[in-house]
Design a protein around this ligand. Structure first.
Ligand code: PLP
Length: 390
């Protein structure tokens, strides 16, 4: 049979999470109740006001037509006002903002629109899988830099920059999977390096709105007022719990935004207009909703952390994201996949093995807090089955 796939796709390594996903599916098919803390798919519903606005605007016939690929003006204006309100950053909706189909699509097409074949892109290791693959899709080379601490990352980046020309540095804070956060000084230093070595910094800001204790994660753009070297990807997925709606933005550097806008204008006709209208309402009127969502995750996090600490896991302290990142007991230290498979088969609890996010994630697991407290408590009790056997 003729094979229809190119070298790029053929050479993609097997998705490491597939092993867990297949086992999860098999167990479910055999009637087991799996508590899924593996897949970071938010379980909290979108706000009812947004759903109502979607229904109302879907009933207006003119909204059924093609929309605008870069996003309707009202939506881009809403995100500009949000950045002004929350970060005191001035974005021009016509130059510095483009609507994307979530942060993931935005990132991939952004890289495709600004990179040439063979360009070098720095990526954190561990990181969200598309961060490793989007540069490859764009034909670039990936330079992975360990990022279990922000200090290590900056030191290693400094070293890498002295020996290689880098076109872009991709970061993401608050970070998935490690839950690491950074302060504005970190970004100041990164921008100083970008000016010196002339590269673009891209911050995937998917977890911008999931934080606790008033410690609002800073925006990269505040370290680069003219956006000479910076682009940020903002998303409604996590903060507004609108994962399935696929609404995000690329904001910042005018030239990069223009390249992405141009590429997207060839590829898509924009998100369904009622979704854009409802998202505008979310951004303009629901500043408090991400706070409500955050406090639900915080509650779940405290509960799970209590158990994990009792079981002897070293849990990374963090005041952001919807995840827990934990170091495995010594016996499993070098095999997070084995731990996760054993946990699933003995305890019916799915978690993500750290190695799935990159080699530097080995020895860790990530828990996504996307089940309610009752089920998280049950999951934590089930953990004991494997801990006792360690
Ligand atoms: C770092 C990071 N970026 C992007 C995404 C996906 O965001 P979106 O739904 O906006 O594409 C996720 C989802 O888990 C993520 O963890």
């Amino acid at each position: 049979m003729t094979k229809y796939s190119n070298n790029l796709i053929d050479n993609f390594p097997d998705y490491l999470f597939n092993k867990i996903n297949q086992q999860k599916l098999a167990l479910r098919q055999s009637g087991e109740d799996i508590i899924d803390l593996g897949y970071g798919n938010p379980d909290i519903p979108s706000h009812e006001l947004v759903v109502e606005k979607l229904i109302e605007s879907a009933q207006i016939k003119k909204n059924h037509k093609y929309s605008v690929s870069k996003g309707i003006h009202g939506l881009r204006n809403a995100i500009a006002n949000k950045y002004l309100r929350e970060y005191e950053i001035n974005l021009d909706p016509s130059k510095n903002i483009v609507n994307t189909i979530g942060s993931k699509e935005g990132l991939t097409h952004l890289l495709m629109s600004i990179l040439n074949k063979g360009d070098n892109v720095v990526v954190q290791d561990p990181s969200y899988p598309i961060h490793h693959y989007a540069p490859l899709i764009a034909g670039a080379n990936v330079i992975k830099i360990e990022c279990l601490s922000s200090e290590n990352f900056l030191n290693n980046l400094n070293t890498a920059l002295t020996s290689q020309k880098v076109k872009a540095v991709l970061v993401s804070f608050p970070h998935n999977p490690t839950t690491l956060t950074v302060n504005q000084e970190f970004y100041d230093e990164l921008v100083r390096l970008a000016r010196r070595y002339n590269f673009l910094i891209i911050n995937d800001f998917a977890y911008s709105d999931i934080y606790f204790n008033e410690e609002k994660p800073p925006s990269l753009l505040n370290s680069d007022p003219q956006f000479d070297h910076t682009v940020e990807l903002y998303s409604l997925t996590k903060g507004y719990s609108m994962a399935g709606w696929r609404v995000g933005f690329a904001v910042g550097n005018e030239s990069a935004i223009s390249s992405l806008t141009k590429l997207k204008s060839y590829i898509d006709y924009g998100t369904f207009q009622p979704i854009q209208i409802a998202s505008t309402v979310a951004i303009n009127e629901l500043d408090d909703y991400p706070k409500e969502v955050s406090s639900i995750y915080q509650d779940r996090k405290m509960l799970a952390e209590e158990y994990l600490t009792k079981y002897g896991f070293e849990v990374y302290k963090s005041t952001a994201t919807m995840f827990i990142w934990a170091k495995l007991p010594d016996i499993y230290k070098n095999d997070s996949m084995k731990f996760s498979i054993n946990l699933l088969s003995k305890s019916n609890v799915a978690v993500s093995p750290g190695v799935g996010f990159g080699n530097c994630g080995e020895g860790h697991i990530r828990l996504a807090l996307v089940e309610n407290k009752q089920r998280i408590r049950q999951a934590m009790k089930n953990f004991a089955k494997i801990i006792d056997s360690v």
